[in-house]
Design a protein around this ligand. Sequence first.
Ligand code: UT7
Length: 329
Amino acid sequence: MKYKAKYSAFGSYVPDKVLSNFDLEKIVDTNDEWIKSRTGMSERRIASDEQAASDLATIAAQRCIENSDIKYKDIDLIICGTISPDHAFPSTACFVQKNLGLKGIPAFDISAGCPGFIYASDIARQFVENGTKKNVLVIGVEILSKIVNWEDRNTCVLFGDGAGAAIISRAQSNDISQIIDSEILADGNYTELLEQPAGGSRMPASEDTLKENLHTVHMQGNRVFKLAVKSMYSTSETVLKRNNMEFNDLDWLVPHQANMRIIESLGNKMKINNEKVIVNIEKYANTSSATIPIAIDEAIRNGKIHRGDVIHMVSFGAGLTWGSVLFRY
Ligand code: UT7
């Protein structure tokens, strides 16, 4: 490793439209009590008909750059984690690059389910540490409201739209901020647990796939739930152990916001004080790859997270994929 990498800044954007549990009661056979007690969610944000993933991502990226002392022209790579891109191709990252006026720099998407931001961060870190890039714009963005089945109460109540961005930069030798370690993992034996079955080359979109709603999110929630705590705990333990740290050494745990019961089980297993766990699931529900950068940006803005704090981000999702990043902000 030639250099150290650090998070220079975060930024985020969520659409204005709020969809509450009570609004959902009018759409599917559900109720506020069930959603709140089973998931911890009260409301979520929904993108407008005109907004695509790159529109949300661009605003989050602009806010992130404004929160930093880095100039637009100094961004030298864009990596976008998303499973609800503008199009299957070209990449959402290319639309963001155009919107930011950064013609020429490389830009690509990562499809890694909810850990998209963790995967993108791990990759960006390699580019910065080996000296190839100096300021990588890393984004987690999702508009799952456009790919859920609004007649399926098992899934449609769970997701929301939003974008979070960060800049991963080369750290100076006297910098307090640095990415300490990260890890990304996958197990392709579980691909059927969480998927969008149609619309790709396995099952091209047809009238039948449309009729059967196969182009929407399909999830075996129970089975995903069981693997979530196990996988998030195991990557967290690995990463902390190999840096001679304990869960108690963390200032903040920022877990993927998929279900409050998963977050609580993880926190309990780690024996970490609830006060140290950043949670915003009640306001935004599960924004997939955007949950973590949105939560961190908010926690910085409301004065919870400070420079020098030791933070552990951990996520899991479709693939199955999972991973974590340990850093000093
Ligand atoms: O982002 C990464 C990927 N996603 C996740 O992490 C999600 C992980 N899974 C979960 O969060 C939970 O499994 C869910 C929230 C999806 C479901 O909670 P659960 O406690 O596992 O419930 P369940 O699937 O076992 O369903 C229990 C009951 C069922 O009724 P019956 O069969 O017992 O009569 C469901 O039909 O709850 C019913 N149900 C609902 N009831 C009211 C399912 N969805 C709803 C709903 N409103 N929206």
